[in-house]
Write a protein that binds this ligand. Structure first.
Ligand code: PMT
Length: 227
């Protein structure tokens, strides 16, 4: 597996996933992909090759070191990441992946009939968690925690259950942060319980902070203990 320039590879997931209900409907979320694409841009600037596995977004980014793989669903996102995870030095899971998908995808448009309608949902693959199980010591993985409450507690739980090296906490409680905005406000947490909080910044600047934290940790002779 080769990327354009044969440089160290960073794998990034970005954007939302769409989970089909029938041929014309899906379940999704408000992710614009801006945060993930900004991280891709920041790694490219630092000379890495980037494989960007992206849900449906309205952003176009081109660079000789960039490979964009467009996907729709969580299953497609997981499958697209698979050939690249083992050859990546860093993986960043910035996508807002749907935790659940409809148990059944109808092959024809569902007709309106009863007053009430319920949809059975099943758990989606947790991409960050699955790759956390096979991560090597020479690899770094960075996840995001998108929270509405109990932010730090929830972020720490995700850091450990997904076997991440860093987690980037962002909260929808913060004005101008998370979904859709050009800005974000983050706290980067490592496995030594060190919290680095940043003010609200443009996502391009936020991405540089994340990349700087990743490079600093990657260059450390001893990475913090793994799960
Ligand atoms: O795209 P923007 O509009 O710029 O918004 C940016 C963002 C808010 C989407 C981004 O900053 C962000 O927080 N992304 C993660 C959103 C999310 O799904 O968070 P979570 O707390 O539910 O998931 C925790 C981590 O596990 C994330 O790294 C997520 O990518 C990953 N995950 C979650 C579920 C799943 N099935 N597979 C995963 O890989």
């Amino acid at each position: 597996m080769k990327t354009p320039n044969n440089k160290p590879i960073v794998l990034i997931t970005a954007g939302p996933t769409r989970e089909a209900i029938d041929p014309v409907r899906f379940i999704s979320n408000h992710s614009s992909g801006k945060m993930g694409y900004a991280i891709a841009g920041a790694f490219l600037e630092k000379g890495f090759d980037v494989v960007l596995v992206s849900g449906p977004v309205n952003i176009s980014l081109s660079h000789p070191g960039l490979t964009v793989i467009p996907v729709n669903s969580a299953d497609e996102m997981y499958a697209a990441c698979q050939p690249y995870f083992s050859i990546a030095c860093v993986a960043v899971f910035a996508a807002a992946v749907a935790d659940y998908k409809p148990a059944q995808v109808y092959s024809q448009k569902m007709k309106k009939s009863a007053y009430e309608f319920s949809l059975q949902m099943v758990k989606n693959v947790d991409i960050a968690c699955e790759f956390g199980k096979i991560k090597r010591n020479d690899q770094l993985s960075i996840g995001f925690a998108l929270e509405t409450n109990d932010e730090e507690q929830n972020a720490l739980k995700k850091l450990y259950t997904k076997n991440l090296d860093l987690i980037v906490l962002n909260s929808v409680q913060d004005k101008g942060a998370t979904f859709g905005y050009d800005t974000n406000k983050i706290t980067i947490i490592n496995r030594d319980f060190q919290f680095q909080s940043f003010p609200l910044k443009n996502k391009a600047e936020v991405a540089k902070d994340i990349v700087a934290a990743a490079i600093k940790l990657y260059q450390q002779p001893e990475k913090p203990a793994q799960a």
